[in-house]
Design a protein around this ligand. Structure first.
Ligand code: CA
Length: 586
């Protein structure tokens, strides 16, 4: 066995509390190197006749990536604490892996070498709000979704959809525009809206906050917002707002005061000013987002700045009953601030969803004390590379997706925010080079994945657009101009996700096969006695793909056509159209 590849570390994605009773334990070994893994485990205080009383339980190979195998077991310790090690077997070779290295056989006269999960404290268990796992999100960029009130349009606003978006133009979208189209969202089946920023700001994207306590007048006022939240809740739709706590806008009055009064400003320590006088050109002499003088970084450790921002977090939950906070540039803000932020907003509304914008490995924020989820770009990235761009093989797609899946604990993955695109990326149909079959494959993958999926406004009617500002076009409301077939398909799989537990977040996701020759992949979702098989053809040829499962004698239903059939042969094949797919239930 290749010892160097064997890896485990407690209290992260390798060993974590899944709930208040259950520990999940994972082990990594070199691919195809180990035949059998047994968990040696027991209570640290259970001794008899001078020996530690342990039990042995077989672990299951849960996943494989290009280089590694991953083994898994769920354990319910009798007294919420556990010492454990791993017995590995390959051929005649046998090893016991512990925190203190390798042994030939289990050590029984001393528990010191074993890994330790000291105590499963219920308050430490990662727990995202229970509603999140069944939510289908819809992202709205409020300036571009609907203009329901012409009287609040910013000066110079252009007629709706009359031009392509630029970094600086306005079209007058507002809250009234969302309220007027609530039936459309209900028809699509979405149950949560994520709004990009709505607070007073100068740009069309509103990420340059001027006042965190005020609604931007182009969207309406606080009464309109209250009504919007109410209408959403009446229709079973949660509301998540976007806040930028990493930096303020240049016109934030507190920063303006520092610009004016320099060292004498009472707000000088709200920011990280290097020296005085404060300058913006040629380079800012204060910390910023990137090198943008327009976005001065906030000092979230300063007591007054901190209290101001915490009150922002509390205020919109307390006064407007919002259901979630999406936190911009969340990984550049101190962990200590986020821990307090979580406590403060959850004290008002315990099931508020806290979502951090982090594009990278986010384990340090997903320990249960900070975020409920991160924007899980790495998860869908592999799918986009495979289906949309055809940059990677079927096998590579499986490996990369598996790496993203095992990067987090299972309970964190169930709440992860999965997306194919946003206001920061090219639209998915454009990435697919206008191939709608590929777009359907990607939405089918997204909606059947573990996590909570988000649809970017307009993708459901086949809107197109390159990276910002192209992806921020005005929503098309003329039905003749909308792709209604795409809308109906997406509404249908949104419904399937809600109605079929295996399709949705209760199903266990498992890759079945990947074939680089015919360029197809298959995975199953299983819940109790229901199994769904998803088979995708990623080539532009019709293919016949063997289903490597024993379906003999089983009643099989094609989920999308309703066709039923029973297979008599042991080996079953599916004929898949170019970039086509099927979903079978059995
Ligand atoms: Ca308007």
């Amino acid at each position: 066995m290749i010892k160097e590849a064997i890896y485990h570390r407690p209290k992260n994605n390798f060993a974590y509390a899944y709930d208040t009773k259950t520990l999940h334990i994972r082990l990594r070994t070199k691919k195809n190197d180990v035949e059998k893994v047994t968990l040696i485990h027991g209570d640290p205080y259970k001794w008899g006749e001078g020996a530690w009383q342990y039990e042995a339980a077989p672990m299951k190979k849960m996943a494989a990536t290009e280089m590694f195998d991953y083994w898994f077991i769920a354990i319910e310790p009798d007294f919420r604490r556990l010492r454990y090690g791993f017995e590995l077997k390959s051929g005649d070779e046998s090893l016991v892996y512990t925190e203190k290295g390798f042994f030939r056989e289990p050590v029984t006269d001393d528990i010191a070498p074993y890994f330790c999960f000291p105590y499963l404290n219920p308050e430490d268990v990662f727990s995202a709000p229970s509603w999140v796992r069944d939510t289908v999100w819809y992202q709205i960029f409020p300036e571009r979704f609907g203009n329901g009130d012409l009287s609040n349009d910013p000066e110079g606003a252009l007629p709706w959809g009359s031009e392509d978006p630029t970094p600086t133009n306005f079209f007058g979208g507002d809250f009234e525009g969302v309220i007027q189209h609530i039936d459309y969202l209900v028809q699509l089946g979405v149950t949560g809206i994520y709004f990009t920023p709505i607070f007073k700001a100068t740009t069309n994207h509103k990420y340059d906050t001027v006042d965190y306590m005020e609604i931007d007048p182009q969207f309406g006022d606080k009464e309109t917002f209250k009504r919007l939240v109410h209408v959403c809740h009446e229709n079973g739709i949660k509301v998540m707002l976007d806040a930028v706590f990493n930096h303020s806008g240049f016109h934030f009055p507190q920063f303006q005061d520092v610009l004016k009064n320099g060292e004498n400003s009472p707000y000088k320590d709200w920011f990280y000013v290097w020296d005085y006088p404060v300058q913006t050109e040629p380079m800012p002499n204060y910390d910023t987002f990137a090198f943008t003088p327009m976005m001065p970084k906030l000092n979230t450790a300063h007591p007054e700045a901190r209290e101001y921002l915490l009150e922002v977090g509390r205020y919109w939950v307390r006064e407007f009953d919002i259901d979630g906070w999406r936190l911009d540039v969340a990984n550049e803000v101190g962990h200590d601030f986020w821990r307090e932020f979580r406590k403060e907003v959850k004290a008002i509304k315990p099931d508020v969803y806290i979502l951090g914008e982090i594009w990278h490995d986010s384990m340090p924020w997903l320990q249960g004390d900070q975020f409920d989820a991160v924007m899980n770009y790495p998860y869908s990235h592999a799918a986009i590379q495979f289906f949309a761009k055809e940059e990677i093989t079927a096998q590579e797609f499986i490996y990369k997706t598996t790496e993203a899946l095992i990067r987090y604990p299972e309970n964190a993955m169930e709440a992860a925010f999965n997306l194919l695109g946003s206001h920061d990326t090219s639209r998915i149909l454009t990435v697919c080079k206008d191939n709608k079959e590929k777009t359907k494959q990607l939405f089918t993958f997204l909606l059947s994945s573990p996590g909570t999926p988000c649809i970017y406004y307009g993708d459901e009617i086949s809107m197109t657009g390159e990276q910002d500002p192209g992806c921020r076009k005005c929503m098309i409301w003329d039905k003749e101009q909308q792709d209604r077939e795409m809308f109906d398909y997406i509404a249908r799989i949104v419904r399937l996700r809600k109605e079929s537990p295996a399709f949705g977040n209760r199903g266990t996701f498992q890759f079945v096969t990947a074939n680089n020759e015919t360029n197809h992949v298959m995975y199953t979702k299983t819940f109790e006695d229901q199994t769904l098989l998803f088979a995708f053809n990623n080539s532009d040829q019709e293919i016949t793909a063997i289903i490597p499962l024993d379906l003999k004698g089983k009643k099989v239903t094609n989920v999308l056509t309703g066709e039923e059939f029973a297979y008599e042969a042991k080996s079953v094949a599916a004929v898949l159209a170019p970039h086509g797919f099927i979903i079978l239930e059995f």
